[in-house]
Design a protein around this ligand. Structure first.
Ligand code: ADP
Ligand code: MG
Length: 462
C-alpha cells in the first residue's frame, strides 16, 4: 500500500459514498502508514477520525479488500499540523468513548453462539440519559423506563412501534443498559428480528435446534428489534411464536419493536399479531419542532463535552429543527456534518454556512405537505367531497372534517393562519384558530378524533 494506492482508493470511495459524504469525511483523510494489517490514516481532527471509524470503516475495508490489500483494521491519528484543533481533543480517535461501538469490521474474531447471545452489541450512546423526551415519545419513554426497572412483569410484551429513526432502537438499548446495571443477575438478550432469523436458520442447518430452543428459553428478558422483518417468513414466525409463548408462560419480560402497529404488519400471522397485542402497545409519534430542537441542543452539548465547544450562531438550531422534519437520524446526520465543518473552519457557523454545508440535506427534506394534499386526504378519509371541505356548508358532518383539516394544516405546514383561512374558501383566520382549538380539545377527549388524526398524519407524512 502506498500513497498512490490510497489516491486510487479514494476515487472508488467517492463513487461509493457519494460526493457530499466524500467531501466531508473521506477527502480530509491522508494516508500515513500501513503495518501489520493496520492502515493508519491522518485525520484533520479527532471528530472526523471517530466518525469515519464508526460509519465508514467497513466500507473502506471492503474497498481495500477488493483492491487486493490485506488490511484488517483502520486506525486514525490527528495530524500534527491540523488546523483549529478543538481544545481537549484526543489524538487517538480510537480511544474516544464515542468510538466504542467499533465498526463491524473490527470485530473479526468469531464467537460461539452461546457467547454471542450474552454479548449482543449495544450502542453505548443509546442510554436513557441521552434520550430526549418530548410529547411525541413520552409514553413510549415512560413504558421503557418502567420495564427497565426489572420489577414484576406487569405488561407483556411491551411493543414499541413507530416510523424510521424515531428512537425505537435507542429505547431498546437503553432498557438493556439499564437492566444490565440495575439487575445484573438477569439474562437480558437484545437482538434484531433479522438476527433471530439468522440464528434460527443456522441452528436448523447445523442441527442444533435443541441448543437454540434452550438458549432462547433461558433468557429472562428477550428484546427483538424490528419484528416486522419476520413477516412472510413462515418458519421463523412459527419459531418466534413458540419462543414467545414459552417465555410468557414463565413470566419473562418480552420487548418488541416494529415499524408499524402489529395489526398493520402485512404477512404477519394472526396468532403472532394477537400475541403482540396482548401486552402494552405504545407508539413513537413523528417528532415535533420542540422535540427536534431539544434533541439538537442535547447533541450540541454532548459534542461540546467531548470535543470542545463549537461556535454556532443563534438561530442555526432553530432553523434545522424547522427545516429537517423527517426523522432524528437525518437530523443527527446533518448535525454531524455541521460539526465536522465547524471543526475545519475558523469562524462561527451562521445560517449562510449552514445552508452551504447542508444544501443537499435541506433540499431533500423540502418536500412539504401541502394544504391541498391535506384537504384531499381528509375528504377521502371522511368520505366527503373536497368541495365540502372547502365550501360554506356548516353541517356537522362537513364542519368537523374541515376543522380536522385546518388543524393538520397548522401542524404539518408552515402556512400562516390567514393563509390557511384563505385556502379554506376564504375564511377568516379567527375561524381557523377556533377550528384548531376545537380539535385540540377533542383530541384529548374523543378517542375517535385522536385516532383519525393519527391515521391522517401518518398517511400525510409517509
Ligand atoms: P429507530 O430504531 O426508531 O429507527 P433509532 O433508535 O435508531 O431509530 O434512532 C435514530 C437516531 O436518532 C439514533 O442515533 C438515536 O440516538 C437518535 N434519536 C432518536 N430519538 C431520539 C431522542 N428522543 N433523543 C435523542 N436521540 C434520539
Ligand atoms: Mg431501529
Amino acid at each position: 500500500m502506498t500513497q498512490e494506492k490510497w489516491g486510487l482508493l479514494r476515487e472508488r470511495l467517492l463513487r461509493v459514498v457519494g460526493q457530499n459524504s466524500f467531501k466531508t469525511w473521506i477527502e480530509p483523510l491522508e494516508y500515513a502508514d500501513l503495518q501489520d494489517g493496520v492502515l493508519l490514516l491522518d485525520a484533520p481532527n479527532a471528530y472526523v477520525g471517530t466518525y469515519v471509524n464508526q460509519h465508514y470503516a467497513d466500507t473502506i475495508l471492503h474497498e481495500l479488500k477488493l483492491a487486493g490489500e490485506d488490511v484488517r483494521r483502520l486506525s486514525f491519528r490527528v495530524a500534527a499540523n491540523a488546523p483549529d484543533r478543538p481544545s481537549g481533543a484526543q489524538t487517538q480517535a480510537e480511544s474516544l468513548p464515542e468510538s466504542a461501538p467499533a465498526a463491524p469490521a473490527v470485530q473479526e474474531n468469531s464467537v460461539d453462539p452461546a457467547e454471542a447471545l450474552q454479548a449482543a452489541a449495544l450502542d453505548p450512546r443509546f442510554t436513557f440519559d441521552r434520550f430526549v423526551v418530548g410529547k411525541p415519545n413520552e409514553l413510549a419513554h415512560a413504558a421503557a423506563r418502567r420495564v427497565s426497572e426489572g420489577g414484576p412483569v406487569t405488561f407483556n410484551p411491551l411493543v414499541l412501534y413507530g416510523g424510521v429513526g424515531l428512537g425505537k432502537t435507542h429505547l431498546m438499548h437503553a432498557i438493556a443498559w439499564e437492566l444490565r446495571t440495575a439487575r445484573p443477575e438477569l439474562n437480558v438478550l437484545y437482538l434484531s428480528a433479522e438476527q433471530f432469523m439468522y440464528r434460527f436458520v443456522q441452528a436448523l442447518r447445523e442441527r442444533k435446534m435443541m441448543d437454540f430452543k434452550h438458549l432462547f428459553r433461558s433468557v429472562d428478558v428477550l428484546m427483538v428489534d424490528d419484528v416486522q422483518f419476520i413477516a412472510g417468513k413462515d418458519s421463523t414466525q412459527e419459531e418466534f411464536f413458540h419462543t414467545f409463548n414459552a417465555l410468557v408462560d414463565q413470566n419473562k419480560q418480552i420487548i418488541i419493536s416494529a415499524d408499524r402497529s402489529p395489526g398493520e404488519i402485512k404477512d404477519l400471522e394472526d396468532r403472532v399479531k394477537s400475541r403482540l397485542q396482548c401486552g402494552l402497545v405504545v407508539d413513537l409519534h413523528p417528532t415535533d419542532y420542540e422535540l427536534r430542537l431539544g434533541i439538537l441542543q442535547a447533541k450540541v452539548q454532548q459534542f461540546g463535552q467531548t470535543y470542545g465547544q463549537i461556535r454556532l450562531a443563534s438561530g442555526v438550531l432553530e432553523f434545522l429543527a424547522q427545516r429537517i422534519s423527517t426523522n432524528v437520524r437525518v437530523l443527527e446526520g446533518a448535525l454531524n456534518r455541521l460539526f465536522a465543518f465547524a471543526s475545519l473552519v475558523d469562524r462561527p457557523i451562521d445560517l449562510d454556512l449552514t445552508q452551504d454545508c447542508l444544501a443537499d440535506v435541506l433540499r431533500a427534506s423540502e418536500r412539504k405537505t401541502t394544504i391541498e394534499e391535506i384537504q384531499r386526504k381528509v375528504a377521502e378519509h371522511y368520505n366527503i367531497r373536497l368541495s365540502d371541505i372547502i365550501g360554506p356548508k356548516r353541517l356537522r358532518s362537513y364542519a368537523r372534517p374541515r376543522q380536522v383539516a385546518m388543524y393538520l394544516c397548522k401542524q404539518l405546514t408552515s402556512r400562516s393562519l390567514p393563509e390557511i383561512g384563505r385556502r379554506f374558501g376564504g375564511r377568516d383566520h379567527t375561524t381557523v384558530i377556533h377550528g384548531v382549538r376545537r380539535i385540540e380539545e377533542l383530541k384529548a377527549t374523543d378517542g375517535q378524533i385522536a385516532e383519525d388524526l393519527e391515521i391522517l398524519r401518518r398517511a400525510l407524512e409517509a
